[in-house]
Each structure stands twice: as C-alpha cells, then as structure tokens.
Design a protein. Structure first.
Length: 243
C-alpha cells in the first residue's frame, strides 16, 4: 500500500543543539500511527517539522512527493492539519466562528460545501452543536479539545497531526476524545498521534513509535509494542513478571 506520509532521516536543531536525530516513520491512508515517549524526547518538534513550522533536514514526502518547499499554508491546503498541544482557539469568538475559521483554506469550495462540513462536525461533536453560540474561552477542557478537533476537520484533512490531545483532561473525557479519534479512520482520515498517555495511544493506534532523546528507540504494531517488557514497564506502568 502506498504511504500517505513518509519521513526519512529527519533532523531538527535549535541552534547548535539537535533535538531530533535521523527519525524515520510512515503512515498509511486511513490509519493511525502514534509516537510515544517521555517529555523532552522531541515529539512536538517532530510534528512542527512535518507541518513546516520548524526548519529541518531530511526527506518529508506526502502523497509520494516532497513537501520540503511548501509553506505551512500550502501543506494545509494539500490536506495536512495540526492540532497543537495548546489547542490555539480564539477564546473571544464563538464555537461556530472558530469552526468557520477552520475552513478558511477551503473558502473557494463555496458556502454550501463548508456548511455541509460544519454539520458533519456537529453530528460528530453534538456538544459543540449545543454550544455553537458560546464563546470558546468559556468551554471546559474537554469541549475545547473537541472544538480544536472539529476546527481541524473543517479543513477536510487527509492527515491529522495531533499533539497531546489528552493533556489536562479527566479520564472519562480522555476516553471520549480517543473514541472520537478512533472513529476518524472510518472517514478516511489518517492520524499521527503524539501522546504521553501511552496506554490510550497504543489502544487506538495501528502502529507505534517510541521516541527517546530524539531518536526512534522502538517501533512496531501497537499490539506487539504493548507486550514488550520495556514498553510495559516504562510507559504502561506494568512490572515485569518475577523470574
């Protein structure tokens, strides 16, 4: 199967300090891949480089072609969309207006197409429909994450980059958010999920990468990774069986 995204030997530096060292990964269409690892491992830096927010060396190919020369806006127009860790909502604007801004790159598609996408978002996130006139800054943490996801979906992405979607959320809300993420595969959207909640990430993803000190330390099918003694002990809080 042709990969939707291929990253080869990616290197990202802040000045003279290299934060990501030769990372390679791939994502198939309508699949979920996750990158887990400790704080400071380079996970957010990796997403920033793929999105074009950070300068990098190496090869980033999307739909079989290099996107090295594409600006951030052009990457969004081609079907890549990032939901950042801080969500970056417009707090003094309504839920509906935040969603409308998510479709800015599609403004030439016409109002009917954008309205149809918005109604699909409301069906996927009924709580947003209930709060469509409410200011984004007055939403709960879980609702803000739903709005950040919904706004990204307004751009009709083929690949969604999610940075720590569970950050600061209660366990029940985390479960709901990850259920929504899992359901995106049914719509044909691929997801690259960066997440510290390794247990939730490995449950929802098809393939996983363990990033440590800027390098891929391990990778594999998530069902296999979850059974690895080092992953279980370090990231899932499971003690290895006694000898």
């Amino acid at each position: 199967m042709t990969e939707l995204l291929e990253v080869r030997d990616l290197r990202v530096a802040y000045g003279k300090v290299e934060a990501v060292h030769g990372v390679s990964l791939a994502i198939r269409p309508a699949h979920i891949a996750t990158v887990i690892g400790p704080n400071g491992a380079g996970k957010t830096t990796l997403l920033g480089a793929i999105m074009g927010l950070l300068s990098s060396r190496g090869d980033i190919r999307y739909e079989g072609r290099s996107i090295a020369a594409l600006a951030v806006e052009e990457r969004v127009a081609s079907g890549l969309c990032l939901v950042p860790e801080r969500r970056e909502l417009f707090s003094m604007m309504s839920v509906a207006d935040n969603l409308e801004l998510g479709a800015f790159a599609r403004r030439r598609a016409g109002e009917a197409a954008i309205t149809a996408t918005r109604e699909n978002v409301y069906r996927r996130f009924p709580r947003l429909a209930e709060r469509r006139r409410q200011l984004a800054g007055t939403l709960s943490g879980g609702e803000r994450q739903m709005l950040a996801l919904g706004r990204a979906l307004m751009a009709k992405p083929r690949l969604l980059l999610l940075d720590e979607p569970s950050l600061g959320l209660a366990p029940l809300i985390v479960k709901e958010i990850f259920s929504i993420i899992a359901g995106l595969k049914e719509t044909g959207v691929a997801v690259l999920l960066v997440e510290q909640n390794a247990h939730a990430a490995l449950q929802v993803a098809d393939y996983g990468y363990v990033l440590e000190t800027g390098e891929v330390a391990m990778e594999g099918e998530t069902a296999v990774l979850a059974l690895d003694p080092r992953v279980a002990a370090t990231y899932l809080g499971k003690r290895p069986p006694a000898p």
